[in-house]
Design a protein around this ligand. Structure first.
Ligand code: GDP
Ligand code: IMO
Ligand code: MG
Length: 424
């Protein structure tokens, strides 16, 4: 399992792609097209994947969209077409019949609710993620399997729109959505997606019984988890380890490696607390040097130093066995590199995540400063090749995080890694 340890965009796509050649299935288990996973293949091609698992770029690896994902079929078909045009084989793509659909009213509601929240807005990606998961839990969602029976699709849509159209028109002063238009549009998607719809829970468990390897690719990250993240400034699903089981139908006893993806500094997109955020030219330096611009919405990412309180928290919440530390190369050239080791909350030291939202909003970082390194590390492939100060920084992060750092990313390319322990 691959999980973001911070607020997303840690480099999960690259990590998944790296392992793709050695696994039989790569499964997305939560989230939707709010995700943006960048992969750069050895021939230098850059891909931005949103719904389709990053394993798709490795021939022989079967990509699976699990039951825990929310699928916008329009976006999925566009993404598929874009990849097919670039020569990627999508014939083996599997989509869980139980995954929920993002409907037009979810997209409209996501945007309009954010507008109404004003300054209190979450800063969502506007893709309809929250409203779609909301309906799933309220038991009025529409699932991929419902696409296969037009009568059922119409019935479920009628029930949903009976309420949603009232809300759109009477609360938000928007146009009502026409049922027949949506049924016609989604029936067309149904025909195109039909060959890919499957009982993925059964297929994945059968694969495990045959001794095959399944990789679960998380989107977002631990601090964006609806239960364990910085609520309410989170996404509406469970990216954390437990969510991978419910979102794929694979039991917890089957998981043997839980790999956290951890950026050598911290970034966040959207609103919400971020104790180590830098509002000065150093933040700007990290943004520019690290190319920290959102893959999905094109928004600038907020940037700050590494936060060990969060890393320790992610280790515990997910039961991490290994870390993949990404973007260490971005820190090359600095005189010194601060690490946040604890928070000061109104005069009290917190080594662990504060319990309340108010405390986290008041948290200021307590820093420990490590000496930097000037060398270019992008060509390093062995731990011993890294400058001594970079080695010391990695060892300190490992100590503070509480799980071993097994791979270190020294550049965006598939091969730009220092591998200490093999991940499979
Ligand atoms: P994801 O959402 O977790 O898959 O991450 P994103 O793709 O949104 O953002 C991570 C960015 O960092 C992408 O542009 C990657 O190409 C890039 N990246 C990943 N690992 C490394 C690394 O080790 N070094 C550098 N310089 N870039 C990296
Ligand atoms: P990947 O998989 C970073 C953030 C949004 C917003 C909050 C809720 O590329 O790491 P949503 O649209 O999900 O309801 O928005 O979550 N967010 C992400 N931030 N990376 C992502 O995905 C994100 N997906 C959602 O910016 O703050
Ligand atoms: Mg991303």
């Amino acid at each position: 399992m691959i999980i973001g340890a911070q607020w997303g965009d840690e480099g999960k796509g690259k990590a998944t792609d790296l392992l793709g050649g050695r696994v039989h299935y790569v499964v997305r288990y939560q989230g939707g097209n709010n995700a943006g996973h960048t992969v750069i293949t050895p021939d230098g091609q850059r891909y931005a994947l949103h719904l389709i698992p990053s394993g798709v770029l490795t021939p022989g690896c079967t990509p699976v969209i699990g039951n825990g994902v929310v699928v916008d079929p329009k976006v999925l078909l566009e993404e598929m077409a874009g990849l097919i045009e670039r020569g990627v084989d999508l014939s083996t793509l599997l989509i869980s019949a139980d995954a929920h659909l993002i409907m037009p009213h979810h997209r409209v509601l996501d945007k309009v609710v954010e507008r109404y929240l004003g300054k209190a807005r979450i800063g969502t990606t506007g893709r309809g993620i929250g409203p779609a998961y909301g309906d799933k839990l309220a038991r009025m969602g529409i699932r991929v399997a419902d696409l296969l029976d037009e009568n059922i699709l119409r019935q479920k849509l009628e029930l949903a729109l009976r309420e949603k159209n009232q809300v759109l028109v009477k609360v938000y002063n928007r146009k009502a959505i026409d049922i027949e238009e949506v049924v016609a549009e989604y029936s067309e998607y149904a025909e195109k997606l039909r060959p890919h719809i499957a009982d993925t829970r059964l297929l994945l468990n059968q694969a495990l019984e045959r001794g095959e390897t399944v990789l679960l690719e998380g989107s977002q990250g631990t601090l964006l988890d609806v239960d364990h993240g910085t609520y309410p400034f989170v996404t509406s699903s469970n990216p954390t380890a437990g969510g991978a089981c419910s979102g794929s139908g694979i039991g917890p006893t089957k998981l043997n490696r839980i790999i956290g993806i951890l950026k050598a500094y911290t970034t966040r997109v959207g609103s919400g607390p971020f104790p180590t955020e830098l509002h000065d030219e150093m933040g700007e330096y990290l943004r520019t040097t690290g190319g920290e611009v959102g893959v999905t919405t094109g928004r600038d990412r907020r940037c700050g130093w590494f936060d060990a309180v969060i890393a320790r928290y992610a280790t515990r919440v997910n039961g991490m066995t290994d870390y993949f530390l990404t973007k260490l190369d971005v820190l090359s050239g600095l005189d010194e590199v601060p690490i946040c080791v604890a928070y000061d909350v109104d005069g009290v030291r917190h080594d662990d995540m504060p319990m309340t939202q108010t405390e986290l909003h008041h948290a200021t970082p307590i820093y420990e400063t490590m000496p930097g390194w000037k060398e270019d590390i992008t060509a390093c492939r062995g731990f011993d090749e890294l400058p001594a100060n970079a080695q010391a920084y990695i060892r300190r992060l490992e100590e503070l995080s509480g799980a071993r750092i097994s791979v270190i990313g020294v550049g965006p390319g598939r091969e730009q890694n220092v591998v200490i322990n093999d991940l499979i």
